[in-house]
Each structure stands twice: as C-alpha cells, then as structure tokens.
Ligand binder design. Structure first.
Ligand code: CU
Length: 348
C-alpha cells in the first residue's frame, strides 16, 4: 500500500530531524584542549583496543548481512511486483532445502560473533604487564575521588597513571550506583554501593583521557567527568611525591589571608587540606584540596580550573553546578573570595 501523501511529508520532515538529534551528541564538547574526544574507536590501551577490534568485526559482519538481505529484498520487490493482468503466482508451500539453509547460515554467522565475543572477554580478563599500581575510585554525587592506598594520598577529578602499567581499580560508592568509563582505555564497570567491583585498565601511550560516569546517578550525572593522565614512569613518580607533600605554605600576603580565612570558616567542615585542617579527612564530604591548584578542573569538569571560574564557584556553586553538595556563601566579600582563590590556586 503506498504511503498517504501526508505521511510521506511527515516522514520527510522527521528524518533530517532525527539525524540532527543523533549528530547533536557527537560534537567535541571537551572544555579543555588537552583532552582528546573520548572516542572508543580511538583506543589507547589493550582493553579498549580489543573492544574496538570486536566492534569492527561485528560491524563488518552485520553490514555484509544487511547488504545481502536488502539486495535480495529489493530485487524481489522489483522483479516480482504485481503488474496489470499478471496471472496469480504459483502457490508453493515449504521448501525443506531453503529452510535448512536459512537456519544454518544465520547460526554460523552468530557462532562467529559469539566466538569472537567470548575470546575478547577472556583476552581482557587478565592483564599482561607485570607492573601494577592500585587506585580506589570512589563515586560521589557528583565527582570522583581517587585514593592511592599504597602511596597514601587522595585526590579528586584527576587520576595519574604510568604508561604500560596495569592499574587495578577498586570501585567504591556509598551513595547511588555510578559507572566508571574511560572510553579510550576501557569499557564501563558499575560502581555499586555495598558491592565493591574491581576492574583494571592500562594506557599504552601518554596523554589526557577523559572519563565519565556512565550510569544516571542524579541531576548532575553529566558533570562528574574525570581525567586519566597517562605519563612516563618518572613523571608519575614526580607527581606522586608532589601529591604526598603536605599543603604548600602560601608566600604572598593575599594567599596567606586566604589560608587564614579558610581555616576559620565553614570550608573546613567539608574539605581537608593536609597539614592545615585537623578533622579526620575520611569523614568530610568535599574533595581533598591539598593540591587543588595542580588540577585541571573544578567539580567534576563542570568548568576549567581558572581563578575566575574558581571565584564564581566559591561565590555560588549552585549557579555553576545546580544541586552540588556545596552551599553558596553570599556573605563572602569580594576581597575574601579573592583571598580564597589566591590561596587555593597556590596549592600546587
Ligand atoms: Cu555518577
């Protein structure tokens, strides 16, 4: 039956719209130039490589099936279409040979896909490299905390790893379910409260890789991104020893005033700065700020870490990231905010 004209028109309108919607998700929205687009087809580690290989194998098989089926379909539609005065076609019922063929052929195709998938699953199970480190990734609403249990320090938003090293990751949540995903390095693993999952990843080349939460976890789910920075092992060692230091003592007077204000205000109720605050850091709900000035992002990548953005964040986090667990401080004067910014940015 031919489409009614109005339906045809509606379909003609809807199609480009659908494509526009699909493509709207593809833009490079990275807020920092240093990060690559988190493209899983541009793998930079063994797991992502195996997974993208599998994707291409399945895509090629699926495309071949699609082309064959659609070609036969189009051929039949044209070749056997009803013509004026064409006689009633011969009626047949069943053809054992054809039915056996079209049962076996798809089974073979699916078996190939199954074997490829299972092989990949086994291949990504066991890490190859003998070098390993361990990181606990803790999903908060809405930011990631990274604990380095063997090196005894904690950071947020950013996880540095040495290249060609297996990074064992313990996934922890004490709120809702998140999912840990670094498209260029590894697939997704759920982060479930009360059920600590484990995963591993490895970066084979240096660079900044964007990670994201892949399980809807609340209104700011899209703003709990993180960065994996893969560096040489000597750069990694330098970073580790820097992160292990207690907070730097500010040298200029504005930052000194900021330090003084920080330790006497509400900030210490939620944030630790090692060597400065005294509360048990593990009981605080905000990110550890000991080396905040060395980080690229503020609050899960919602904005870049610049003095202007930081001032806006401290003045009113809710306008920057609606619903974040940090209240606004309308009573702060511009001077106080400048002092806090100078202090926090000095914490390299
Ligand atoms: Cu999340």
């Amino acid at each position: 039956m031919p489409l009614k004209p109005t339906w045809r028109r509606r379909a003609a309108l809807a199609l480009p719209l659908l494509f526009a919607l699909l493509l709207a998700g593809c833009g490079d929205t990275s807020i920092t130039d240093i990060t690559h687009t988190p493209n899983m087809l541009d793998p930079k580690g063994p797991i992502a490589l195996k997974e993208s290989d599998l994707f291409w194998i399945i895509l090629i098989i699926a495309t071949a099936v699609f082309v064959i089926v659609v070609s036969v379909l189009i051929y039949s539609i044209i070749r056997y279409r009803a013509r004026p005065d064409s006689p009633e076609p011969t009626q047949t019922h069943g053809n054992t040979r054809i039915e056996i063929a079209w049962t076996i052929a798809p089974s073979v195709v699916l078996a190939v896909v199954l074997v490829a998938t299972i092989t990949t699953m086994f291949q990504i199970q066991q890490p190859q490299s003998p070098n390993t480190i361990t990181v606990n990734a803790v999903g908060h609403q809405w930011w990631w905390e990274f604990q380095y249990p063997d090196q005894h320090f904690v950071t947020a938003d950013e996880m540095w790893v040495p290249t060609n090293t297996v990074v064992h990751i313990n996934l922890v949540s004490n709120n809702v379910i998140h999912s840990f995903w670094v498209p260029q390095l590894t697939g997704k693993t759920d982060v479930i409260p009360g059920h600590d999952n484990q995963m591993w990843l490895q970066a084979d080349s240096q660079g900044w890789f964007r990670g994201e939460c892949a399980e809807f976890c609340g209104t700011q789910h899209a703003h709990m991104d993180f960065l994996v920075h893969a560096v040489s092992s000597s750069d990694y060692q330098t970073w580790v020893s820097q992160q292990q230091q207690l907070a730097a003592q500010p040298t200029d007077s504005v930052a000194q005033a900021g330090a003084k204000f920080f330790t006497t205000s509400a900030c210490i109720g939620c944030h630790a700065i090692n060597g400065v605050t005294t509360t048990d850091a593990s009981r605080l709900i905000g990110p550890n700020l000991t080396h905040f000035g060395s980080r690229q992002w503020i609050a899960g990548g919602v904005v870049d870490n610049t003095p202007t953005n930081l001032a806006a964040w401290i003045r009113d986090p809710q306008t920057v990231k609606d619903g974040a667990d940090m209240p606004a401080f309308p009573q702060l004067t511009d001077d106080q905010i400048n002092e806090l910014v100078a202090y926090l940015e000095s914490l390299k």
